[in-house]
Design a protein around this ligand. Structure first.
Ligand code: PMP
Length: 432
């Protein structure tokens, strides 16, 4: 059997075209107008990027990146242990560790690869519990390590406890979860998970890809939001969302980070992050520290748009964040709504099979603090008209609906998170 056979059967046009227009892999250019992108020469409101703080086009990031290119060139031409480490990497690692209140941090060239670093820490006898909606990169990290992986539903931490209790003596126990879920926009049950970890002597790893820079009183993410940073052992985060750059970071106790840096294959056998990318992320961290009003506006905009959509009759699920999952069951209806919104000058992300099971199709909608009130109104008007035409919402708005309150900071941050101790016989192999 030829491994290319499946490629001949794969009809990407059939999968990705609707109403004569390309749904996925569409080229979008950033517009000079904040909050907009250009598609086929036409400017439309971007209601779907992960640029949660509106930093991807910030001139300060661009300037920092250009300076880094001039100083260090466009690529590192080598792995970090050999000739691929630059001062900018070390500065960014220190800045991330300080920002997150952790002893140390190590970079990886993408957020995906950051999570793969965890494979270097896990052994085949370890038992890992993960939320069933965890990001693919967390799942792949566990697969690569050969550790036992069990999934739980985040509304069923009791099942997670049962699974951990069954772990053999001597197995390292780890709970791994997204902080903020990338599709549903809801938070993990960190209080429940950390309490479980304490009872079961398990380590806790949070992937803060979507909450880093955005949630918590200083932007340290979901662990800070819950006031539980000292119950979380390791944090991973990406720079490709709120930080407007690319790459990612793993932060935690110095001994663990040192081990990962020199032992994890995803850290050792890859070229250092491009200096311009690191410099942009470093500039973004400074801005996040200096301009907390961006976070406040991002959350205000999110709350307003959740509630504006709900007032029209849309269901935005359990999200409490700038990730707004607009439920549109039925692939055809979902794509039709997406198409009509685009015609009305609004780009949203259609999430259908294979990314979403049948009946749970949705439009993933998000905004930045830079969207103007006029743009936000335009989006709501487009959703009203397109939703009524497609029958996704009733013609008359609902008499009542439940308002959303977004995840505003619950706690103030401690300055440094002390490493947590776990009884050693059950700690993951590498932590023993
Ligand atoms: N973790 C989560 C939860 C994500 O949603 C993503 C990407 N969307 C990643 C990790 C990977 O990040 P990156 O795109 O920066 O590689």
């Amino acid at each position: 059997m030829d491994i290319f056979e499946k490629c001949r059967d794969f009809d990407s046009d059939r999968m990705y075209e609707t109403f004569g227009s390309l749904v996925y892999f569409r080229s979008l250019q950033l517009s000079t107008h904040p909050g907009e992108v250009v598609i086929n020469g036409r400017s439309v409101v971007m209601a779907g990027s992960n640029d949660y703080l509106g930093l991807a086009r910030d001139p300060r990031l661009a300037e920092a990146a250009i300076k880094a290119v001039r100083l260090d060139g466009t690529g590192c031409s080598g792995s970090r242990p050999l000739c691929g480490t630059r001062d900018i990497h070390e500065q960014l690692e220190s800045a991330c560790a300080a920002f997150l209140g952790r002893e140390a941090a190590v970079l990886a060239p993408s957020g995906f690869q950051t999570n793969l670093l965890l494979a270097g820490l896990l052994g085949k006898d370890d038992v890992v519990l993960g939320d069933r909606d965890n990001h693919a990169s967390l799942v792949d990290a566990v697969r690569l390590s050969g550790a036992h992986y069990h999934r739980y539903r985040r509304d069923d931490v009791a099942r997670a406890e049962g699974l951990l209790a069954e772990a053999p003596d001597g197995a390292g126990r780890v709970i791994v979860t997204d902080g903020l879920f990338s599709m549903e926009g809801d938070l993990c049950d960190l209080p429940g998970l950390t309490a479980l970890a304490a009872r079961c002597q398990a380590r806790v790893v949070v992937d803060s890809a979507h909450d880093f820079g955005l949630l918590g009183s200083t932007g340290r993410g979901a662990p800070e939001h819950f006031g539980l940073e000292n119950q979380v052992d390791l944090v991973t985060a990406t720079f490709s969302k709120s930080l407007g750059s690319a790459g990612g970071v793993l932060a935690g106790p110095a001994e663990v980070i040192d081990f990962v840096r020199s032992r994890a294959r995803a850290a050792v056998f890859t070229a250092g992050m491009a200096p311009s990318v690191a410099a942009a992320a470093l500039a973004a961290l400074d801005i996040i520290r200096a301009e907390p009003e961006r976070r406040v506006r991002a959350l205000d905009v999110a709350e307003r748009m959740h509630n504006g959509l709900r007032a029209l009759g849309y269901d935005t699920g359990n999200s409490v964040s700038p990730i707004i999952p607009v439920s549109v069951p039925g692939q055809d209806r979902c794509l039709e709504l997406w198409h009509r919104l685009l015609e009305a000058g609004v780009y949203a992300n259609p999430i259908v099979a294979p990314g979403r099971p049948a009946g749970r199709e949705m439009l993933r909608v998000s905004f930045t603090p830079l969207h103007s009130d006029t743009q936000l109104e335009q989006v709501l008007e487009a959703f009203a008209a397109a939703g009524r035409t497609t029958g996704v919402i009733p013609v008359a708005p609902p008499g009542s609906w439940t308002p959303v309150r977004v995840a505003r900071p619950l706690s103030t941050a401690p300055s440094i998170v002390p490493p947590r101790s776990v009884t050693s016989p059950t700690a993951p192999t590498a932590l023993r």
